[in-house]
Design a protein. Structure first.
Lengths: 81, 270
């Protein structure tokens, strides 16, 4: 992982400290809307395009649900563990 | 008009006076003034006053700091510590102190603009005009992009963003587009819209309850209508208190997210 060497590096709080917990909790809470929106947009959009191409109508709602699930999985993976 | 009317009276009813989008439309302050002054409307005046307020506040608090603080310096130091310990350090880390000038002025600039929604005479949150949150979010967005590319490199930035460590292999292919769209397009969008929508809705709510009270208690006082008017009056007081809370919270959240984006650009492992 790219991590620039900085002079302040030595003073940073430990990863397990209270500050870091607070930070990752707030990050998770406030990044959920944009992840959920983009998950639904990407896979809902893909489903919509496939619908137009194949002449079906079910892939658009399925895509939205799949995107929602993937977005929540992503949030869980990045912040939940 | 065939819609059911509230307490149908002769002539005008309350429904002709429900506040709508028109309460956000402001003509130039000097309508017969010179054309070059047309930009000066009530919202722009509030932006200017808020900028002036934060400048005067910071100047008075920190111009000649005493070892034992008193007066405005006391308030300024409490405010500084609040932003530093609640926003800068948790979100960015120990080097967050370097970002304090930006975060401090962002927080109080937005707070003053929001609070102008409940200050008598002003009574319009400048941030309920979407242009202002958009400009503020764009500043943060451009800064975030610049810092990310500076600290992680162009390739490294996209690699850290789209392929964060700790996921099983093939899942990256389906999650990377979500990350890309979320970080590049939707994050600045939700950043701006969250502030705008809260201020817009809050202002509309206060205006609605206040006009209910005014219409039923002052304009068309009837025995039946007085009850509705009293409810509107009480609700407008409750909503004003609630708005003060929301206005402070949204200023805080906007600054918190700005710090979180800066922190993410500097330390991608967060």
């Amino acid at each position: 992982m790219v991590r620039p060497a900085m002079s302040e590096e030595g003073h940073r709080p430990d990863p397990g400290s209270e500050d870091s917990d607070h930070s990752s909790f707030a990050n998770a809470a406030w990044s959920i809307p944009s992840y959920v929106l983009s998950g639904m947009a990407v896979y809902g959009g893909l489903g919509w395009l496939l619908d137009r191409w194949l002449g079906t109508s079910a892939l658009f709602p399925i895509g939205i649900l799949v995107g929602l699930g993937l977005a929540l999985y992503l949030v869980y993976n990045r912040y939940g563990r | 008009m065939s819609a059911p009317r509230l307490l149908a009276a002769e002539g005008e009813t309350f429904q002709d006076h429900v506040p709508g989008l028109n309460i956000f439309d402001w003509p130039p302050l000097f309508e017969n003034g010179p054309a070059w002054l047309d930009w000066l409307t009530k919202p722009t005046l509030i932006v200017l006053l808020s900028a002036l307020a934060i400048i005067v506040f910071a100047w008075r608090a920190f111009r000649a700091p005493q070892l034992v603080p008193k007066g405005v310096q006391n308030v300024g130091e409490v405010a500084y510590l609040f932003v530093r310990d609640q926003v800068a350090r948790p979100m960015i880390g120990a080097d967050g102190d370097r970002w304090m000038p930006f975060l401090f002025s962002t927080f109080f600039f937005i707070l003053f603009m929001n609070l102008s929604g409940v200050i008598p005479v002003l009574q319009l949150p400048a941030t309920s005009h979407i242009a202002i949150p958009i400009v503020l979010a764009l500043v943060v967005y451009v800064m975030m992009l610049f810092l990310s590319i500076k600290h992680q490199g162009l390739v490294g930035y996209f690699k850290n963003m789209m392929f964060p460590p700790g996921l099983p292999g093939p899942i990256y292919v389906i999650l990377a587009p979500i990350e890309l769209l979320s970080n590049i397009i939707l994050r600045p969008f939700t950043h701006a819209v969250r502030l705008f929508a809260n201020m817009f809705a809050g202002h509309l709510l206060i205006a609605f309850f206040a006009s209910v009270a005014w219409w039923f208690l002052a304009e068309k006082l009837t025995v039946l209508g007085a009850g509705i008017g009293i409810v509107g009056f009480l609700m407008s007081i409750i909503m004003t208190a609630f708005e003060i809370f929301v206005q402070s919270l949204q200023a805080f959240i906007f600054t918190l997210l700005a710090a979180s984006y800066i922190g993410g650009a500097l330390h991608p492992e967060h």
